[in-house]
Design a protein around this ligand. Structure first.
Ligand SMILES: *Cc1c(COP(=O)(O)O)cnc(C)c1O
Length: 237
């Protein structure tokens, strides 16, 4: 991934720049900066960087892998919120159910059912987002289309333990803005449709936009942007 911004390792400084860009993008779209939550994506980074971001004011964190998150996020401040943003393997459902307050990457009934089964055991609930692979790129997980999600969403809701909060996607891997914007707009339209179909659900989260495309995502209605490199500096791996 190529970043457009020259980046420094100072999280506070990067955060100020990111907030300014979000604010400007929100304004262009007639939205408010406060409608958008910044998630710090800390995959491959150590505990120290997590705590630095926390000290800079970030409260929402995202990890791709269950095991890595479990090793890293022990004895964290109580108001720190952790979401899973990578594919969930069913054999990791038990750990995931206790570690994350939201799984943003629910991409099949089977994954959802594995999670729900573990939550039965502890009589708990968890927030979820449905991941849609809007760009259709094969390397990505997620429902291949919104229509695919609609075919089984009643089954997922019927599991009872999972609280759908919205949709998540990863934008197309390209530096052209037009296809990125089209993908985000399409997810936004699906989100609006979902809210119309299920007015009883607390659907309030549209998770889209990363370091290279979060401004476009905010213009297209993102309520949560997932930022790694632009906040922490480029990943070494
Ligand atoms: C790594 C990752 C991000 C953050 O990516 P950056 O380009 O570093 O901002 C966001 N979302 C998901 C699902 C990721 O895997």
């Amino acid at each position: 991934m190529v970043y457009h911004l020259p980046m420094v390792n100072d999280i506070r400084e990067n955060l100020v720049a990111i907030r300014a860009k979000i604010s400007a993008a929100a304004e262009r779209a007639g939205r408010r900066e406060t409608d958008v939550t910044i998630m710090a994506v800390t995959k491959t980074l150590g505990r120290g960087r997590v705590l630095e971001a926390y000290d800079a004011g970030i409260r929402l964190f995202g990890e791709n892998r269950v095991q890595e998150a479990q090793d890293k996020f022990t004895d964290m401040p109580p108001n720190l919120v952790l979401h899973l943003i990578g594919h969930l393997q069913r054999n990791k459902a038990k750990t995931a159910a206790s570690l994350f307050s939201c799984v943003q990457s629910v991409d099949s009934f089977r994954t959802a059912a594995a999670l729900a089964k573990r939550l039965e055991e502890t009589d708990e609930k968890i927030d979820i987002l449905f991941e849609i692979n809007v760009s259709g790129e094969e390397t990505k997980s997620g429902y291949l289309s919104y229509a695919d999600l609609l075919r089984e969403i009643d089954l997922v809701i019927g599991l009872g333990r999972l609280v759908p909060r919205g949709l998540m996607t990863i934008g197309p891997f390209t530096s052209e803005v037009a296809p990125i914007r089209a993908a985000f707009r399409s997810l936004r339209e699906s989100f609006e449709d979902l809210k119309r179909r299920f007015p009883e659900l607390p659907l309030d989260t549209l998770s889209m936009g990363m370091s290279s495309d979060f401004e476009t995502a905010v213009e297209e209605g993102a309520t949560l942007v997932r930022i790694g490199g632009a906040l922490f500096g480029p990943r070494m791996s």
